[in-house]
Structure formats: structure tokens, C-alpha cells
Write a protein that binds this ligand. Structure first.
Ligand code: DGL
Length: 247
């Protein structure tokens, strides 16, 4: 099985980490659109155009599947990607909704959705969760976390101040959807802020769950070959990838 993993930049490596841990693929082709990141502040038309170009890029490889690790693209451009792709395309938003429904049994639970401006404005998570019966939802665009994580700040004063800025009017949630590739990297700090009872939904784990439970992916490969591609400075992406993934 050969999979293409697409993200606007380096954040999708958090999804690759889960895929590697579960050994679901023989080969992973990672493409980060580092020249044009961030997508989260762009409009739908631009996000769709970039996403279609990513599908074109992946046509250079004979892929069995494309995983859209980027929440912003998953929220806005999945249909358009599927129209032009010759292999199936799945995204983290759908997977995150399924994972939330699996993890949270009480439909009145308060669920906080975090994401980029574009993801939150799309209401993709809210629509999907409401369709599953959840109606106690809060959503907050927390785009500042993206550059903070890129600066490799995972704890401390700056992060705490950003939490206060975003979360002071937020009611304590039962669950939080980390609806952006970068947020799993600050999941410990988010967990500390809200307390350990709050359940965190992570895109990478959600995709693994969808592949294993819904798509019955049960072959475990001994080794996964991983190749990195980027629209700008691929060497830097490769170096960060190796560090993040500990390979
Ligand atoms: N990868 C994006 C996401 O998951 C975050 C970074 C960006 O804004 O492009 O929404």
C-alpha cells in the first residue's frame, strides 16, 4: 500500500507519526506546500486550487490512497480533490467526526472545536457533529497556535498568554477536537489548561481509527518507506520531519 499524505506545510507530519506508529503503509509520499503555507487564512477558492494542484503532483506516483492531513483542506476541498483524483481521497475532518462519535457517548457533551479561521468558518466539524446528534458545540479559531508551534514553543508564558486570550470565554469542554495539524504538538499544554478529564481528539489517531475500523486496514508492514516533498525548501522539511518523527 502506497499513500500520499498532503498538508499545507510541515504540520501533517503529526498525522504521518500516527501512520508510522500503526505500520499501515509500505510507502508514504509526504507533500507539504511549504511555499504557500498557511492555508488557514486563505479563502475557499484558493484552498481548492492549491488542493487540486496537490492531486496533480501525486499523479507522479502510483498511489492507492491520498490522505489529506490538513484540516483546512479537508474542510474545504475534499469533494474537488476526489473529482480529479484517480485514487480515493480521505480527510481528517470526516475521520475526526467519526472518532469523536466513537469516543463520546453522551450527545449532550460539550465539544470544543479548535482550528484555523478557514476550518472554523467552514463549519465542517459542526455540521458533521450535528448530523451525529451532538448539539452542545463551541468552536474557536485559534490560528496563533500555528506560528507558535512552528517556533517550537510547546509550553511556557507565550503559550499560556495565548490560551488566556482564546479560552477565557470558553466553557469547560468535555472534549476538544484538535482540528489543525499543529495542535497535537501542544496537546499536553492544552490538556493541562483544561484538566485531565477533557478528552482530546487528534487527527492522526482519528485517521488511523477510520482506516482500521471502517476501511478494515489490518495488514501491518514491517517497514515503511517515507519520502518527503515540498514546494519550497524540501531539505528543511526533511530535516524537521526526521527530528519530529525521530527517524
Ligand atoms: N495544516 C493546517 C490545518 O491543519 C494548518 C496550517 C495552515 O494554516 O496552513 O488546518
Amino acid at each position: 500500500m502506497k499513500v500520499g499524505v498532503f498538508d499545507s506545510g510541515i504540520g501533517g507530519l503529526t498525522v504521518v507519526k500516527s501512520l508510522l506508529q500503526h505500520r499501515l503503509f509500505e510507502e508514504i509520499i509526504y507533500f507539504g506546500d511549504t511555499a504557500r503555507v498557511p492555508y488557514g487564512i486563505k479563502d475557499k477558492t484558493t484552498i481548492i486550487r492549491y488542493a487540486i494542484e496537490a492531486v496533480e503532483f501525486f499523479k507522479n506516483f502510483e498511489l492507492d490512497l491520498i490522505i489529506v492531513a490538513c484540516n483546512t483542506v479537508s474542510a474545504h476541498a475534499l469533494t474537488e480533490m476526489r473529482e480529479v483524483s484517480s485514487c480515493p481521497v480521505i480527510g481528517v475532518v470526516e475521520a475526526g467526526i467519526l472518532a469523536t462519535a466513537n469516543a463520546i457517548k453522551d450527545k449532550n457533551s460539550n465539544i470544543l472545536i479548535l482550528g484555523t479561521k478557514a476550518t472554523i468558518n467552514s463549519k465542517a466539524y459542526e455540521t458533521g457533529l450535528k448530523a451525529k446528534g451532538f448539539n452542545n458545540l463551541q468552536a474557536k479559531a485559534t490560528g496563533l497556535f500555528v506560528p507558535i508551534v512552528e517556533e517550537e514553543i510547546y509550553s511556557g508564558e507565550i503559550l499560556e498568554a495565548t490560551f488566556r486570550h482564546y479560552f477565557s470565554d470558553i466553557a469547560k469542554p468535555d472534549a476538544i477536537i484538535l482540528g489543525c495539524t499543529h495542535f497535537p504538538l501542544i496537546s499536553d499544554a492544552i490538556q493541562n489548561y483544561f484538566g485531565k478529564e477533557t478528552i482530546l481528539i487528534h487527527s492522526g489517531d482519528a485517521i488511523v481509527q477510520q482506516l482500521e475500523i471502517d476501511f478494515k486496514f489490518n495488514t501491518k508492514y514491517e517497514k515503511t518507506k517515507l519520502e518527503f516533498f515540498a514546494s519550497e525548501n524540501p531539505e528543511s522539511l526533511k530535516a524537521i520531519g526526521k527530528k519530529w518523527l525521530n527517524i
